[in-house]
Design a protein around this ligand. Structure first.
Ligand SMILES: C[S@@+](CC[C@H](N)C(=O)[O-])C[C@H]1O[C@@H](n2cnc3c(N)ncnc32)[C@H](O)[C@@H]1O
Length: 445
């Protein structure tokens, strides 16, 4: 990514000081516990940040002795010089100009990260569209509140809808006042950081059009009694963590899940997608359009409900249940949870290791001497695994499943079954195109 935003051509497109609020971050000397970690030096040296706590935070009262202050506002130029996080409207809104037809986001962002977006090739692109027009509707469900439903058959890989988020905020909690973590217990310090995050979010929301704010405030909040604050509760209930929008200079790597550097994206329609451990929707953040793109991760039939997984799907039913509790989901009623057995738990927990094992075995199969066939039991075992994975709904995991399909093609070839190999290759083309599309949206292709 390019550096030197203030000196480049795009800086001129982004008027200095325009609708920008900066919250001053106070450097803190020492962490109160190892739950509070120093972020990479390329973000902000000496600033301590904290992972957003998972689940409920019990202590709801602000600690005695903490005096809330109104965050100070800096101009954008000052913020850039100090490399402080600012609240910006993106794409920029110039006075007297009509709003962007795809809407605007309020983004609590570190200066250098903002540069990554505005310097992205093609920025600001329009929000991508579904190829066949509006393909979803929001309806009430019997047990999950509102939900999003397909209004037509949608093939795997196709864009269902895309939207510009209302608020994008850092995953990590940072102090914005001169609070010293050493003066507080971890629980109290957590409360303060949550309170100060709410202050930032309130500043961001106060810049929105009234209708956008009203839609945001109407979203579900499963963190009402834990002191998260009304907007932060909504962000914690509905926000998507995006992996290609991150602070620091390091490039995004598939599988990197350290969430201190990432951002949480709050959508409007996307926030109405309910959870299932057998999801049919995946998402990718398109940096150049500053938008979240929702795609079918399997073929979806008209009237089917869209589902995203709020928990890790490679986990046992009881571990998934524990991850879902903060969302107020006490019992997931998806088929995987209802029909969970020790065998399905094992399948889920060992899924990625088995896929990887087949992948490395397939390399050795390539070395089989001419005339030697793969033992029939090996192929049968793979086919049993494939059948179990499809039944369990795990064939949606693109990061792993795409690794299995070529291994299976190799197994068929080495077992002397060329027509079955061709069928698998055709399947792989479908998955491969889908992965390519997703990587292109993320700007990685
Ligand atoms: C991101 S919102 C999804 C949209 C939400 N149903 C609404 O009406 O706005 C998340 C909330 O939806 C509900 N929810 C989502 N998936 C659910 C499920 N599988 N079972 C029960 N409730 C669910 C929970 O209340 C959860 O906190």
């Amino acid at each position: 990514m390019k550096r030197g935003f203030l000196n480049n051509k795009k800086a001129a497109l982004y008027p200095k000081g325009e609708s920008t609020t900066t919250v001053v971050v106070n450097p803190i000397s020492a962490p109160p516990s190892n739950a509070i970690k120093a972020v990479a030096a390329d973000r902000e040296p000496a600033v301590q940040v904290m992972k957003v706590p998972h689940g409920k935070v019990k202590n709801t009262a602000l600690p005695a002795g903490y005096i809330p202050t109104k965050p100070k506002m800096l101009s954008e130029a000052e913020a850039m010089r100090a490399n402080q996080p600012a609240i910006i409207t993106i794409p920029a809104r110039s006075a007297g100009q009509p709003p962007d037809p795809d809407g605007h986001s309020e983004w609590i962002v570190n200066g250098t990260t903002k540069n990554k977006v505005i310097n992205a090739p093609g920025y600001p692109q329009p929000v991508p569209k579904s190829p066949k027009g509006k393909s979803y509707e929001i309806k009430s469900t019997p047990t999950m509140g509102k939900g999003v439903f397909a209004t037509r058959d949608i093939p795997m890989g196709e864009i269902i809808f895309a939207e510009r988020p209302s608020i994008v905020s850092p995953r990590a909690l940072k102090p914005i006042s001169k609070v010293n973590p050493n003066d507080y217990s971890l629980a109290d310090y957590t409360k303060i950081l949550l309170f100060e995050r709410e202050q930032q979010l309130e500043m961001a929301a106060s810049r929105m059009e009234p209708e956008t704010r009203a839609r945001l405030m109407a979203l579900q909040n499963s963190h009402k009694e834990d002191g998260s604050g009304p907007i932060n509760g909504i962000v914690r209930t509905n926000g998507y963590q995006v992996m290609n929008l991150r602070d620091g200079d390091g490039e995004f790597k598939e599988g990197d899940s350290s969430n201190l550097h990432y951002y949480s994206v709050l959508c409007d329609v996307g926030s109405r997608i309910n959870h299932s451990c057998i999801p049919n929707v995946t998402h990718a953040f398109k940096i150049s359009a500053f938008s979240m793109v929702f795609m079918a991760s399997r073929d979806i039939k008209a009237e089917e409900q869209l589902f995203f997984s709020y928990c890790g799907i490679h986990k046992s039913a009881s571990d998934r249940k524990a991850e879902l509790e903060p969302y107020g989901i006490t019992q997931c009623i998806c088929a995987a949870c209802i029909n969970a057995t020790p065998e399905t738990d094992t399948l889920r927990k060992t899924f990625s290791a088995r896929v990887q094992a087949y992948k490395s075995q397939s390399l050795t199969w390539e070395q089989l001497p001419k005339g030697r066939k793969l033992p029939a039991e090996t192929l049968d075992e793979m086919l049993r695994f494939q059948k179990a994975v499809v039944k369990e709904g795990l064939d949606v995991n693109d990061d792993y499943w795409t690794d299995f399909i070529p291994s299976l093609a190799t197994a068929f070839r080495k077992a002397g079954k060329p027509s079955e190999e061709m069928m698998v290759i055709r399947e792989f083309m479908k998955w491969g195109n889908y992965m390519k599309e997703k990587r292109a949206i993320r700007g990685l292709a």
